[in-house]
Design a protein around this ligand. Structure first.
Ligand code: MUC
Ligand code: MG
Length: 381
């Protein structure tokens, strides 16, 4: 008889949280963020938590918060209830056998299983992944208020507070000349010493990308993220070959298979890896291993998750042997509030990796009931 604890129940909760300011991306402007928080209760009384979060409903990708919850409630929870809670890989294999796609839901479930297992074994999640190579992660900040003067003030205050010293600018929603002028204004305001990157979020066609990247390269921008459509790998490859500035694949690289295909085509210099796009923590490490093998730089990406999802990703990126481009795990800082007891610690330009058992993030039950969508007694301001 298997005496291991089993999975008793899985709950997926939609949580709507206000952001500290409007966050403008090429495809949407965020005023709030919706998290899908997973609580996985085991027969030994241990509760693991996970999170899946995307940007702008279906504006960013093809999995919505409501769809993620439904995949968990209707398909994944019935598959896992009663299964061994300690055999995380076996549980995820069982899910993979019956659930196609749905990488976000899978990532949240795997996170909750690893959190529970870490709590059980009294080990941090990164130890379950082979151990941290670093105890803190460099984190950039995205300037995306839509107003260059406000962006410059925001960046200067963050440098002064020693919270961030690298900044990513979201462009692609305006005509090229306007976007370039916006980057130029921020470059002028911050000076040449501050490292700037841009994320186009697939907004350009190839001719626009050629003109845009040339201008940005001349301004000393360090990294150009996903300039063209996700599926236009040939254009990405031509751009990567044409320019010296590093070209990063984001929407185009989800998992190890994408990582392999893009590497075969020499289509990008850097990969932005995200646990929810990869389909979990282990899948992210697999994609990172492919990147390493191909000599491609790794960047710890975010979909602006709250504390649970961001810390899950932090455990992964802490365990990556190489992390040449740092991370953007600042999601919790973009939220006015969160559903955890203590929010992650950002200090000296880095996110500090929890060293306690499990993820090291504890749900705040009062905040969870306050912000959950199905108990809407509040208004998101
Ligand atoms: C993306 O495409 O990179 C990451 C930071 C940010 O501001 O937006 C996200 C999504
Ligand atoms: Mg991006």
């Amino acid at each position: 008889m298997n005496a291991n604890p089993t999975i008793q129940s899985i709950e997926a909760v939609l949580v709507d949280l206000p952001t500290i300011r409007a966050h403008k991306l090429a495809m949407t402007t965020m005023m709030q963020q919706t998290l899908v928080i997973v609580r996985l209760v085991c027969s030994d009384g241990i509760v693991g938590v996970g999170e899946a979060t995307t940007i702008g409903g279906l504006a960013y990708g093809d999995q919505s918060p409501e769809g993620i919850k439904s995949a968990i409630d209707c398909h994944i929870a019935p598959l896992l209830t009663g299964q061994d809670a300690t055999r995380v890989n076996l549980a995820m294999k069982r899910v993979a056998a019956s659930v196609q796609g749905n990488s976000f839901a899978k990532s949240a479930i795997e996170t909750a299983l690893l959190d529970a297992q870490g709590l059980r074994l009294r080990l941090p999640v990164h130890a379950l992944l082979g151990g941290a190579v670093r105890d803190a992660l460099p984190v950039l900040w995205t300037l995306a208020s839509g107003d260059a003067t406000r962006d410059v003030d925001e960046a200067l205050a963050l440098i002064e507070a020693r919270r961030h010293k690298v900044f990513k600018l979201k462009i692609g929603s305006h005509p090229l000349a306007q976007d370039i002028a916006h980057v130029q204004a921020i470059r002028r305001g911050l000076g040449d010493e501050v490292m700037l990157t841009v994320d186009v979020n697939q907004a350009w066609d190839e001719p626009t990308a050629v003109r845009g990247i040339a201008a940005l390269e001349a301004m000393g921008v360090s990294l150009i993220e996903q300039p063209v459509a996700r599926r236009n790998r040939r254009a990405l490859k031509r751009l990567a070959a044409r320019f010296d500035v590093a070209i990063m694949a984001d929407e185009a690289v989800h998992d190890a298979v994408d990582a392999f295909d893009l590497a075969t085509d020499a289509a990008a210099d850097v990969y932005a890896l995200k646990i929810s796009q990869a389909g979990g923590l282990w899948s992210t490490l697999q994609a990172a291993a492919v990147a390493d093998a191909a000599g491609i730089g790794i960047y710890g990406g975010t979909l602006l998750e709250g504390s649970v999802g961001s810390i899950a990703a932090a455990h992964v990126f802490a365990a990556c042997p190489t992390l040449a481009w740092g991370t953007e795990l600042f999601g919790p800082l973009l939220l006015k509030d969160d559903v955890v007891v203590a929010r992650p610690e950002f200090r000296d330009f880095e996110l500090q990796l929890p060293q306690v058992p499990g993820l090291g993030v504890q749900l705040d039950v009062d905040k969870l009931s306050f912000y959950r969508r199905d108990r809407k007694s509040h208004t998101v301001a």
